[in-house]
Design a binder for this molecule. Structure first.
Ligand SMILES: C=CC1=C(C)c2cc3[nH]c(cc4nc(cc5[nH]c(cc1n2)c(C)c5CCC(=O)O)C(CCC(=O)O)=C4C)c(C)c3C=C
Ligand code: FE2
Length: 391
């Protein structure tokens, strides 16, 4: 039997407060996170945004103990998955490849080569595909594969997404059911799915399937709750964690919580849907920020469903996915990262008045020109800001 390497992909998170700035710099340097018309501006802009954001982010990481638990949990998931596969008679070894912090994708690939792995199954710890998450990690891996003849010779099977996989959906439904049952009147609890958002243009212009997969997934979890457990609770889906001035997927979680409070909802079961591990966006954003907004809006019982972490039903579901992939054909990184419908990577060039894509593009371009002029003046020591005595 061939030596199988199961490569788990995740985003990564800063483990100490001093890691926050460099982690944010890595994240904003990724063109799949901020897509600029001119790649030469990517690094200066990443430096600027990470510098401006670091203080706020550090405060959030401080409030959850000084760092992200993502590496610890992902490594536990990797160990549990490996042991489940070995119990099933599959001699697999699991590896963790983070996109923006340790252990980086390069080091996972180096370990795979050093261990003499003969075939690779790539499993993103994102059940829903997005250009900004699995897409970015697939591209990073592709870059490393193209630069390394040894790695590029290994047969590869990529799992693109699994938002509709019965194992994953069942594991989620089990955790949601527990929180519904803990409500004073379970039938009255409102189920509130909060997914990580992405900019609206990713879906509408670049053809990111993320929103469709999230919507289908929430529906499937509700169907499973009804079919297996007889729950017929109402539900809402909203998007959290937006960054920057552009429009993101709506409704926004904070607005939706206020609307539900105003509508008289008292018991809320909050489901962090796009995440499979506890991290800053569950522990700080939902548990602290959104809980406060909900309480102010009149919601009395705010119960957050825990992330899947190493829930046995989830680990079993992942092992099923790996086994299915191994039994199926090779799926290369380009196939896994393919977009179902490529609409337009860059929005229209023509100006249109109002808060729309065209104005966002032109505002962005003007900001780029201004930023470049500012950098030039900083470097040259000459320019209008110096003449005005502002620099
Ligand atoms: C499905 C999951 C995620 C999507 C989609 C996603 C898109 C996305 N994220 C940002 C910006 C930031 N993300 C940050 C942290 C972070 N994001 C995810 C998941 C998704 N991101 C994870 C798992 C984490 C790590 C959390 C941890 O515990 O450390 C951050 C840093 C935290 C902060 O400052 O808020 C930023 C910034 C964008 C712009 C984006 C889509 C374009
Ligand atoms: Fe994010």
């Amino acid at each position: 039997m061939a030596k199988v390497g199961v490569l788990l992909l995740n985003l990564g998170g800063p483990e100490r407060i001093q890691d926050v700035g460099p982690f944010l710099y890595n994240l904003f340097s990724d063109p799949e996170i901020i897509r600029l018309p001119n790649p030469a501006l990517q690094k200066p802009l990443a430096w600027l945004i990470s510098t401006l954001r670091a203080g706020k982010s550090q405060e959030a990481y401080r409030s959850i103990g000084g760092g992200s638990p993502l590496r610890r949990i992902t490594e536990q998931q990797a160990r549990e998955l490996q042991s489940e596969l070995r119990t099933r008679g599959i001699e697999a070894t699991s590896y963790v490849a983070m996109r923006y912090w340790h252990p980086f994708t390069e080091s996972a690939v180096a370990d795979i080569k050093a261990d003499g792995v003969e075939e690779v199954v790539v499993l993103p710890l994102y059940p829903h595909f997005s250009i900004s998450t699995s897409g970015s990690s697939f591209r990073e891996l592709q870059r490393l594969r193209q630069a390394d003849s040894g790695f590029s010779r290994l047969p590869i099977r990529c799992i693109r997404s699994y938002y509709d996989d019965p194992g994953y959906v069942g594991a989620m439904a089990g955790l949601v059911a527990r929180e519904i049952q803990a409500c004073p009147e379970p039938s009255k609890a409102h189920v509130f799915f909060s997914a990580h958002g992405v900019p609206k243009s990713y879906v509408e212009e670049a053809g990111d399937p993320y929103q469709k997969e999230i919507e289908a997934c929430a529906q499937l979890i509700m169907e499973r709750l009804s079919r297996d457990l007889g729950f017929a609770n109402p539900f809402t889906l909203a998007y959290q964690s937006r960054v920057g001035p552009v429009e993101w997927l709506r409704p926004y979680t904070d607005d939706a919580l206020q609307d539900l409070g105003a509508a008289g909802i008292k018991d809320l079961v909050v489901v962090p849907i796009s995440f499979v591990s506890e991290h800053i966006e569950t522990l700080e954003e939902i548990d602290i920020e959104y809980r406060e907004i909900a309480t102010e809006a009149g919601i009395i019982n705010f119960r957050r469903v825990p992330a899947l972490d190493t829930t046995p039903a989830f680990i079993n579901g992942l092992a099923d996915l790996v086994q299915q992939a191994m039994a199926g054909p090779e799926v290369n990184l380009d196939q896994a990262a393919e977009l179902p419908s490529k609409v337009k990577l860059y929005p229209q060039d023509k100006w249109a008045w109002g808060w729309n894509n065209s104005s966002e593009v032109w505002n962005g371009r003007l900001a780029m020109v201004g930023f470049s002029a500012f950098l030039l003046e900083l470097l040259s020591g000459k320019g209008p800001l110096h003449s005005l005595g502002l620099l």
